[in-house]
Design a protein around this ligand. Structure first.
Ligand code: 3H9
Length: 706
């Protein structure tokens, strides 16, 4: 046991007439109870000591303050609360100055807003991102930010959660001055010294009223944002609460408005959305840690090869180029290579057209792109990602070439979504260098990257894949080898239950609507139309021979594919897309095909409520998720959650399917599975892990703890 006293996380030092308050609570100076106590004590010290003329608060390490300590939420609260600390800071009788470097977020910015003078260094990032955690700024932020910036910019900052740079914060009135030089302490001390010398007094933000003076204009801005928010964030709890709190800034005296803010904050804190979003926040960080990243050193990656210039290959090339690395694309002939290059250029043209990149930058990026029809061009590549046709023979042929040309130690990655990577690895002379990098389309946009770990791969290759994910700003999830890895394997099962429901009486339009109501941006049939039905069709045909003849197989998708209705790209699928429309309209002919299939299968259609639909959909997903965890395909339930949130549109505010299962309770999920099993016992077999956890009175989250 460690018996040493914990060093104080807040220290005070006298530097002339300035009381320097340093917060030193790694990694990001979150406002845990000790920090709150330390800040309170520091203000008391300043007020009690007549020789102190000003207080300067700085953060040690890489941040000013990243916000409230998120790990404390959901646990019993401990005094002093952050709102108390902020009011006490504001009430200090000596001028309080903050010097901000790095993140000043959430409660961290609220501390700064309660100070009397604010200086920001060039690397400062200021914001109130509570909305991303299902919360609202609950330590006066909804009151003080509008007083400094005006209602519109303050609300926009709070509703988006966006961080601002120092320059923007100065322009908007959030800070008073920009610091120069590399040293935040020196810049802060110079500013504090200047304020003392000029006899500057305290300047409580609660008394600032200029930015709110034009009440009708403020009200109009708030009303417009309220209407917009109600439309855009349907289903989310905290955005409208933020607006309600800011309305308080317009209507109520400061103390009453702060009390209202507290009440609304506590409502958000109690909401399941807060629990879901905070679970997602930590899970997204936890997935980046795998046994290999802890124990192995990544290989250097300074150049990347991509085989294949189709949509996937080009998207991967763009993702790599965006990370600042050079890319060599290999295609089988000049025409295919020209198409591949054009696919890459098309992405950048779109970005330039939207004004998000200058033509000069585009040219500089494309200068890092080269193409070849010969594998020999990959001789010096540190890592090669293959994105060719999804067929074992084709993949093995590519890997034989890579084995021939690549330098020793080069990482050889496949972007396969289903195929057995152990078999691919076994086909080359260096299986230890072969890994799966499963990107999601469009690869330069979708955040998820499944890192698929075959049996023989060496740990440093896996660590390299995680390092690459970091460079590409992807969310990496470690997955084991199986048919479909984590995401597609689960998709196959919950998509099958959607197909069963089609045949049993629900329409694709109702199923999609139920999924959207739950929080998905799109339903499964909209996604199928977007992805293109032909790919799934090819997979089904490939697997037909090995399919369990006893398993229920719904043929509706095959009937559509036989007609060439592959979705958006062919103008119709489950929906109609007249003249290239992106949003489909329901199609009576599809409903007629479904009806005919019901008759062929001898099912009597029955009504489903949207709730019935989602219960089946989620029970199937959770059950398969439990198998994926039990088999070690996913390291922990949280890896399943992150995969489904970042690759499959599962609503982030629900945390992911396994977190969702914990929220409704595992016995409820099991009861559903058992009820559905009465109709189809083969499909609805409870996963052993689910049964075990229920028997032990545990939840999925208990498996997330190290
Ligand atoms: C709030 O303030 C509410 C108030 O309005 C009202 C209160 C009454 N707490 O992301 P990283 C950990 S709500 C605890 O990898 P980066 C993180 O888990 C809060 N821990 O680094 C990780 O731990 P580990 C509003 C936190 O450089 C480590 O720090 N604030 C917190 O890529 C490094 O994090 C926010 O929402 C925290 N607040 O990014 C800001 N923040 O090493 C949330 C981080 O064990 N934080 N950790 O995995 C961020 O956006 C990023 O972490 C930040 C650094 C930009 C700061």
């Amino acid at each position: 046991m460690n018996t040493e006293a914990t060093p104080s996380v807040v220290t005070t030092t006298r530097l002339g007439r300035v009381l320097l308050v340093t917060i030193n609570h790694p990694p990001v100076n979150a406002l845990s109870v000790d920090v709150r106590r330390g800040l309170l004590a520091a203000v008391q010290e300043a007020d009690a000591d007549a020789s102190v003329a000003a207080v300067l608060i700085v953060g040690a390490g890489r941040a000013f303050i990243a916000g409230a300590d998120i790990r404390e939420f959901g646990k019993p609260s401990m005094a002093p609360s952050l709102p108390e600390v902020c009011s006490r800071l504001e009430a200090c009788r000596k001028p309080v100055v903050v010097a901000i470097h790095g993140p000043a977020l959430g409660g961290g910015l609220e501390v700064a807003l309660s100070a009397h003078y604010r200086l920001a260094m060039p690397d400062a990032r200021l914001g109130l991102p509570e909305v991303l955690l299902g919360l609202l700024p609950g330590a006066g932020g909804t009151q003080r930010a509008p007083r400094l910036m005006g209602v519109k910019p303050a609300l926009e900052m709070m509703l988006s959660g966006r961080h601002q740079g120092a320059g923007e914060a100065l322009t908007l009135g959030l800070v008073d001055r920009l610091g120069e030089g590399p040293d935040v302490l020196a810049a802060g001390l110079a500013y504090a010294g200047e304020l003392v010398a000029s006899g500057a007094g305290v300047r409580p933000t609660r008394e600032a009223d200029a930015a709110l003076a034009d009440k009708p204009a403020s009200q109009a801005a708030l009303d417009a944002l309220k209407a917009d928010t109600a439309k855009k964030t349907a289903g989310l709890f905290s955005p409208l609460k933020i607006i309600e709190a800011v309305q308080g800034a317009l209507d109520l005296p400061f103390d009453e408005a702060v009390a209202l803010e507290r009440q609304l904050f506590l409502q958000c804190l109690d909401s399941p959305q807060r629990a879901g979003l905070i679970h997602a926040f930590f899970a997204e960080r936890e997935v980046a840690k795998s046994p290999e990243t802890r124990n192995a050193t990544p290989r250097a990656i300074d150049s990347v090869g991509v085989i294949g210039g189709g949509t996937m290959g080009a998207g991967i090339a763009v993702a790599v180029l965006n990370a600042g690395l050079p890319v060599t694309m290999v295609e089988r002939d000049d025409a295919a290579l020209a198409r591949g290059r054009a696919n890459v250029e098309k992405v950048y043209d779109g970005i330039v057209a939207k004004g998000r990149m200058t033509p000069e930058v585009r040219a500089a990026v494309m200068a890092r792109f080269s193409g070849s029809t010969s594998y020999d061009a990959l001789a010096r590549a540190d890592l090669v990602i293959e994105a060719v046709f999804e067929e074992m023979g084709v993949k093995k042929a590519v890997f034989a070439e890579l084995d021939r040309v690549c330098k020793p130690g080069a990482v050889l990655a496949t972007n396969t979504s289903y195929l057995d990577i152990d078999e691919i690895a076994a086909s080359v002379s260096r299986p230890q260098d072969v890994v799966g990098l499963h990107f999601f389309s469009p690869a330069h946009i979708m955040k998820l990257l499944e890192i698929v770990v075959p049996a023989q791969v060496s740990a440093d290759v896996v660590a390299t894949a995680f390092e690459l994910a970091k460079k590409l700003k992807k969310v990496p999830v470690r997955a084991g080898v199986c048919d479909g890895f984590i995401g597609n394997r689960m998709l196959a099962v919950y998509r099958a239950t959607a197909d069963h429901m089609l045949e049993d009486g629900a329409s694709p339009y109702q199923i999609d609507a139920a999924a959207r109501e739950f929080g998905y941006p799109m339903g499964p049939f909209q996604v199928a139309d977007l992805a293109g039905g032909d790919i799934g069709w090819a997979t089904r045909k490939r697997k037909a021979a090995t399919r369990d003849p006893e398993a229920r197989y719904v043929q509706i998708a095959d009937r559509l594919c036989e007609r060439g209705w592959f979705g958006q790209k062919t103008g119709r699928g489950y929906y109609l897309y007249p003249k290239g429309a992106r949003v489909g309209i329901p199609d009576d002919e599809v409903l007629a095909i479904i009806e005919a299939e019901r008759q062929r299968a001898g099912t009597t259609p029955r009504p489903f409520s949207n709730q019935d639909i989602m219960r089946r959909y989620l029970a199937a997903m959770v059950n398969e998720g439990a198998r994926v965890v039990a088999e070690g395909i996913a390291l922990r339930p949280l890896d399943v959650d992150v995969t489904l949130v970042h690759g499959y549109g599962f609503p982030r505010f629900r945390g992911g399917p396994m977190k969702y299962a914990d929220t409704v309770g595992l016995p409820t999920i099991l009861a559903d599975i058992q009820a559905f099993a009465r109709e189809d016992p083969l499909f609805w077999q409870p996963a052993p892990l689910l049964l075990q956890l229920i028997e032990e009175g545990r939840d999925f989250d208990s498996l997330n703890k190290p």
